[in-house]
Ligand binder design. Structure first.
Ligand SMILES: Cc1cc2nc3c(=O)[nH]c(=O)nc-3n(C[C@H](O)[C@H](O)[C@H](O)COP(=O)(O)OP(=O)(O)OC[C@H]3O[C@@H](n4cnc5c(N)ncnc54)[C@H](O)[C@@H]3O)c2cc1C
Length: 382
């Protein structure tokens, strides 16, 4: 379907598509096999200016929005969700500064993010605080002109590879969720180190690592926004970021559908290409229908959010659930269309199916997103 993109948006798609076809697809199996972080590809993405998409022009960026970045993410994930996740996590990591940071912090960090010279990461999750993020135990205490942070963040994408980390910590532990604040911690700050690097089912080229803060001292001005407003900023950050994750599901499902259609036309059984069997055709048709419905919803939600409505959560959660559940189904069906060959590593669909699973889990599980939609409906109809 035609979505009537602007010239600039088409340019984003074309640029990301070129990188995907030339740099990502040829090496994705090797990156996956070796658990290898795609540093060189991210440098190519930086050279192509894609890290600048969402950064305002006054800080050296393109000044685009949620929809523009979703277009880039969709194309990159067509090649590899691990690479696209590393790209997406940098945006997620710097959104708190963009949303709530002081002018000083914006000037300090946004230009180097726009140029791709430095990457970011977002540190919220802890061993005992996943869906219930209000259970975090990391603390930040002001000592003279410095904040002192203590705690351990778990499963942080780009951990150990990024230079800039936004960390959510309790500044008033008695106040629970209302006592959280966000801080910028930099690679090399005293007391900041990296722990275990995870070995994962999918998105194996992305780095997922522990962040250890042990009497980590940072300057006072690295507090993002006002003290105690951390969770409000976290919620806004995730609302803006989730359509990007949904877009990863769209690119991935597109790649799986492409593989399935091509294969079904080549594979001959009972003397005919398997695409001539209606059972296979219907499976492909359902994959295409679900994919296009997902794409339309993601584009609509991202455009809705770019127009800055007061309540973005419902649109953001809806598109994340639909597109990522769809990606799981479509990649699973792609393996089915390829039969036994689909299960083998010589075809890319088994990796696609493994990569799809994380989309239903990170940035808030799909159960939690359904809770959000349900709560919003409850409010609307009260
Ligand atoms: C590869 C990877 C990368 C990640 N990257 C980052 C990152 O960069 N930064 C970061 O901060 N975090 C990151 N995370 C953490 C991720 O956001 C959490 O894993 C996710 O929010 C879920 O938390 P949990 O895994 O602790 O699951 P839990 O919260 O323990 O949930 C377990 C199950 O219970 C369900 N459940 C829990 N509560 C409810 C409820 N109220 N209603 C219905 N169902 C419920 C969940 O949906 C899930 O199915 C990453 C995780 C992974 C695996």
């Amino acid at each position: 379907m035609e979505y009537f993109l602007t010239e600039e948006q088409q340019m984003i798609v074309d640029t990301a598509r070129e990188i995907t076809n030339e740099k990502i697809i040829p090496v994705r199996a090797e990156l996956d096999e070796n658990n290898q972080f795609p540093r060189e590809i991210l440098e190519d993405i930086a050279k192509a200016d894609l890290f600048s998409i969402f950064v305002p022009e006054e800080y050296g960026g393109f000044g685009g929005g949620c929809f523009d970045i979703a277009l880039a993410m969709e194309e990159l994930s067509r090649g590899c969700v691990g690479v696209a996740t590393s790209f997406a996590a940098s945006a997620l990591g710097i959104f708190p500064v963009l949303i709530a940071g002081s002018e000083e912090l914006k000037e300090q960090y946004l230009p180097s993010i726009a140029s791709g010279e430095r990457w970011a990461a977002f540190g919220l999750t802890e061993a005992n605080a996943g869906s219930d993020a209000s259970g975090i135990q990391t603390t930040a205490v002001l000592d003279g002109d410095e904040w002192v942070l203590n705690g351990t963040k778990q499963w942080i994408t780009n951990g150990g590879e990024a230079e800039i980390y936004t960390i959510v910590a309790l500044t008033d532990p008695q106040k629970g969720a209302r006592g959280a604040s966000i801080f910028v911690v930099e690679d090399g700050d005293p007391g900041f180190s990296y722990g275990k690097k995870e070995d994962k089912m999918g998105i194996r080229s992305s780095a997922t690592r522990e962040l250890i803060l042990k009497d980590c001292r940072i300057p006072k001005n690295r507090l993002v926004g006002r003290k105690g407003t951390g969770f409000i900023t976290v919620m806004k950050t995730l609302d803006i970021s989730r359509p990007g994750i949904a877009a990863l599901g769209i690119g991935l499902a597109q790649a799986a559908l492409d593989e399935a259609v091509v294969y079904s036309k080549q594979r001959v059984q009972f003397g005919k290409p398997i695409v001539s069997f209606q059972a296979v055709q219907h499976m492909l048709a359902d994959m295409a229908i679900q994919l296009e419905a997902g794409r339309a919803l993601v584009y609509a939600a991202a455009r809705h959010i770019d127009n800055n409505p007061k309540n973005m959560s419902k649109a953001s959660s809806m598109c994340k659930v639909f597109a990522t559940d769809m990606a799981m189904k479509v990649t699973t069906d792609a393996v089915q269309v390829l039969g036994g060959y689909g299960y083998m590593k010589e075809y890319p669909v088994e990796k696609m199916m493994r990569d799809a699973k994380i989309l239903q889990i990170y940035e808030g599980t799909n159960q939690i997103q359904r809770n959000v939609v349900g709560q919003e409906l409850n409010k609307e109809y009260s």
